[in-house]
Design a protein around this ligand. Structure first.
Ligand SMILES: *[C@@H]1O[C@H](CO)[C@@H](O)[C@H](O)[C@H]1NC(C)=O
Ligand SMILES: *[C@@H]1O[C@H](CO)[C@@H](O)[C@H](O)[C@H]1NC(C)=O
Ligand SMILES: *[C@@H]1O[C@H](CO)[C@@H](O)[C@H](O)[C@H]1NC(C)=O
Ligand SMILES: *[C@@H]1O[C@H](CO)[C@@H](O)[C@H](O)[C@H]1NC(C)=O
Ligand SMILES: *[C@@H]1O[C@H](CO)[C@@H](O)[C@H](O)[C@H]1NC(C)=O
Ligand SMILES: *[C@@H]1O[C@H](CO)[C@@H](O)[C@H](O)[C@H]1NC(C)=O
Ligand SMILES: [Zn+2]
Length: 492
């Protein structure tokens, strides 16, 4: 009896992974057909020629601090430096903003972020965010694609989220852990409030984590990537799954189809990340996971509780993925140029994905003023984003037809249909909401009209893939249900 059950258990679990891969494959075919995802060669043509940084070097905290301040002195009108908070040992978590409007949020200019070096010994992203800043700034006047990106986006670059850890890491570390954690010995990518605190209580939240949470809530970021090293792939939410066994488990978010496109856009823009085959060119660094498209659902790889990408997805307006940029955690300086060549188009293109969002303004119908904290929902299950500043909102979306519902406790909800098409990849809409109670007149509060279920539903008729995702994840859930059932029968 027991062996049979075990066989069933493992086949059911591998079934989940297989389904994940089938879903990804199907979605990727769909996005490719739509012309949504570009190869590295296509990006090279689209972006056009630009000058690469002259040299690449690892920089310790004080050198990095000087370097970005020098860069700001050279490009005062296109950059701004601030600190998002301090590390345990008091180092600043520097953020370098590159934008035509660097100093503060500007109406309808979306906010993007890259965070690197969260694990102090994973340093490629740390070097390359500085290289990326150089690239954006030095080519601003000569490359139209780059100029348009910098003019239309506020790009926040945090080269190091764990500057204390970095000071203990050493060049040439291929797969080690020295310097990975912060100065209190905590892994910062396990330190955010957990999705399932009953299963995995969050350890004491660290200053670096608090700073990131505060920062991510202050600024209406719409898109982000967390840059790591150790293999070459992109992983996407969810990282977490409620199980004490920590057996990996496919855990798609309600925005799975969107995340697959975001993740695959990076992988496909990379020289070889998207290919099946060894993740690492160096034999010693092969690891067992080899996703067939270079992307993988976080929990399907291994379960991480308290990770940053899940926290972004569940608590803010921001969609975040985690990029493993290269295999060696702390590559030697001489290897950096080659790694830049592999990653540079993907790094540029990923920022530009922020311009694939339904966006616009939510306005008070009487006063014409922007409404802050109006919710924007795209279907019953998916992430809800909230309006900001002058009533602005951004909602990343795949192509398709959507019913968006705008709601606020003081207003009547409005549902509006929006088409995201190749001709209108980033539709702009203005939505006027009517206040429920005329100010200072005591009237009975009417029961708020609740839109009927259909109004909340995405029209999936031309978005079959979403339905496929839902369907096969329920097959997967069914398998898990069967596992539980069989385990239960074991004890009867
Ligand atoms: C390249 O090297 C020069 C001279 O050492 C230095 O001033 C410059 O900041 C370096 N650039 C980068 C991108 O590291
Ligand atoms: C940081 O690097 C610079 C340049 O390599 C070096 O002079 C300095 O001593 C280093 N600082 C620390 C604290 O290691
Ligand atoms: C920055 O902007 C100011 C005011 O618009 C201008 O006078 C100055 O020349 C600009 N500086 C650079 C380096 O472009
Ligand atoms: C939160 O962010 C705001 C704005 O960036 C800053 O003024 C404040 O000091 C931060 N608070 C903490 C606790 O880091
Ligand atoms: C790494 O992958 C390559 C290609 O699949 C293979 O030839 C090599 O034996 C692998 N190395 C290890 C240590 O698994
Ligand atoms: C919006 O919501 C946030 C978080 O709940 C709150 O701190 C803020 O005061 C609200 N702003 C307005 C204008 O209602
Ligand atoms: Zn890492």
């Amino acid at each position: 009896m027991l062996p049979i059950l075990l066989v069933f258990l493992f086949s059911a679990l591998s079934q989940c992974s297989r389904l994940a891969e089938e879903e990804e494959q199907m979605l990727i075919r769909h996005f490719t057909k739509e012309g949504e995802v570009s190869t590295m060669d296509q990006l090279r043509d689209t972006i056009g020629p630009f000058r690469d940084p002259l040299n690449f070097s690892h920089m310790n905290y004080s050198t990095l601090t000087d370097h970005i301040h020098n860069l700001h002195r050279k490009f005062p009108n296109l950059t701004h430096i601030y600190s998002a908070g301090q590390s345990v040992q008091g180092r600043e978590l520097w953020v370098l903003v590159v934008s035509r409007y660097p100093i503060e949020h500007r109406k309808l200019i979306p906010e993007f972020k890259y965070v690197a070096n969260m694990h102090g010994n994973e340093v490629t992203g740390r070097v390359f965010l500085v290289s990326l800043a150089h690239t954006l700034l030095e080519n601003y006047n000569s490359n139209l694609w780059i100029r348009q990106l910098v003019d239309s986006t506020r790009i926040h670059l945090m080269p190091s989220m764990n500057p204390d850890g970095y000071e203990h890491a050493s060049e040439g570390d291929q797969a080690g852990v020295t310097g990975r954690q912060n100065a209190n010995g905590k892994d910062l990518n396990r330190n955010f409030p957990s999705r399932f605190p009953n299963y995995f209580p969050t350890s004491e939240i660290q200053p670096e984590t608090i700073a990131i949470m505060n920062w991510t809530r202050q600024i209406p970021f719409a898109l982000s990537a967390n840059l790591h090293g150790g293999t070459t792939l992109v992983n996407y939410p969810f990282d977490d799954f409620p199980t004490r066994t920590r057996q990996s488990h496919y855990a798609p978010s309600p925005d799975n189809a969107l995340f697959v496109r975001l993740a695959y856009t990076y992988a496909r823009g990379h020289e070889r990340m998207w290919k099946k085959g060894p993740r690492c060119l160096d034999d010693d660094l092969n690891i067992s996971v080899d996703p067939q498209n270079g992307i993988i659902n976080g929990a399907d790889w291994y379960i991480v509780s308290g990770g940053m990408q899940d926290w972004n997805y569940l608590n803010t307006n921001c969609f975040e993925v985690t990029v493993e940029m290269n295999c060696e955690k702390f590559p030697q300086t001489k290897k950096l140029r080659y790694l830049w060549e592999e990653n540079k188009y993907a790094l540029l293109k990923f920022i530009d994905l922020i311009h694939g969002a339904i966006h616009g303004l939510v306005i008070d119908a009487d006063t014409g003023e922007g409404i802050v904290n109006a919710t924007v929902s795209i279907d019953e299950r998916a992430k809800i984003v909230v309006s900001y500043g002058e009533g602005e909102f951004w909602r990343l979306a795949n192509m398709g037809k959507y019913d968006l519902t705008f709601d606020h406790s003081d207003y009547y909800p409005v549902t509006q249909t929006v088409h995201v098409t190749p001709q209108d990849r980033s539709p702009y809409i203005e939505v006027r909401l009517q206040r429920i109670i005329p100010r200072s007149r005591p009237v009975l509060i009417p029961t708020k009209s609740v839109p009927n279920k259909d109004e909340y539903n995405v029209d999936n008729s031309n978005n079959k893939d979403l339905r496929i995702v839902t369907m096969s994840s329920s097959v997967c859930h069914f398998s898990v249900f069967m596992i539980i059932l069989s385990l239960a029968s074991l004890f009867l």
